[in-house]
Design a protein around this ligand. Sequence first.
Ligand code: GAP
Length: 452
Amino acid sequence: MAEKENKMDKIVSLCKRRGFIFQGSDIYGGLAGIFDYGPLGVELRHNIKQYFWQKFITEREDVYGMGAAILMPEKVWEASGHIGTVGLVDPLVECKICHERIRADQSEVIADHEKTHKKEKVEWTDPIKFNVMVGTKLGASEKTATQVYLRGEITQGVHVNFKNILDSMHPKIPFGIGQIGKAFRNEITPRDFLFRLREFEQMELQYYIKPDEAEGKKQYEYWKQFAFDWYIGLGFKKENLRLRQHAPDERAHYAKDAWDIEYNTPFAGWKEAWGIHHRADWDLRRHSEYSGIDLSYYDEETKERFTPWDIECSGGVDRAFLFILLEAYSEDRLGGEARTYLKLAPKLAPVKVAVFPLLKNKPHLVEKAREIYQKLKKEFGAVEFDDNGNIGKRYRRQDEIGTPFCITIDFDTIEKPARAGGDQTVTVRNRDTGKQERVSESDLVSYFKDKF
Ligand code: GAP
């Protein structure tokens, strides 16, 4: 276990050192449960979201994308059931010695806290329900300022736009609306790096179907598998992921059925990565009641009017980011030397290709390397140039951030044209195997074309 816990520490340190993740407001002592993404982190996060958008939205004919606002009035959250003591609430207990407040359902956190009081016997208050919605006021005048909430789930922005999408896009049921964006929860005990945050990003699909048990079952099974396959596509080993059904007392207030995709983490075993929820007509029905606006759907084919059911796929971007790093983090010996590398799927890697001149002080090598770098950068974007230190060190630096390919321009590139036409070759080195092959300069773009 110690070795496994160690992996998390190593990842946290790598993330800071190499510009993936920084503690939020670091120079002011940090803010618990809040993290900032650095230059490499923001690229990896973008690539995760891009893959979601591609598979859940743009590749499909039956799903629309949208981007709703973060701030929403109190009434939205009353309707959705998130404020009050039913919805987004966690059980909270307080230590009677030091008054620290902790989630009552996290035995590990409780045990850790009790250890801090050494020999004193810790007593806890009875659990109370703590609502984790983050509220604020909008408006300059005390009297007229309105209570609003930063969304606790991105879902409600979709449901409140259901009629707008019907009226503007005229979709035929079944259809979905997908979205990516920030959500906020005043988590009692943010912990485990990016796992439990107070500000985080979600990627979600709300899929509207006919209110029918057989249809609900069919669509639910389909989306469970679709979400699971998508997760595998991020580069996970199948044995490290599983689908688990919630027990009835575990389900969110809106869910008729709920399954999680879980990842086998080194820090706490199986933990939730995604939720797939059968929300039935909970949201549309409640928003119809609370807003007074009819959110039903008229089926032209069957001439029926009904309130659709919703099957939801909801995943955390930051949690996927953390699990991807845990899965990708590797240590081995290559050519007799110890190294750390991130075995990231090439489509997720923040840098796709790094280009090196063998020597920094040979202008003809540098010039050629820069020419190839510019060409590939124009084509693939995330390409780096590096002429600092010896080649071995440059490989290690790229391995550590998960760059799948490195290209070296050496004397042979310049002096030994591979073909009669004078074409030149470079070495392309594979991150995982360390194997190198010579590729003609003119073939480089097509060599990389389908790899990212
Ligand atoms: N719309 C449904 C919904 O929000 P959820 O299970 O509460 O369902 C969905 O959240 C996903 O959002 C989770 O599977 C997780 O990946 C992510 N998530 C939830 N709370 C989080 C937190 N405090 N920090 C990071 N990610 C979180």
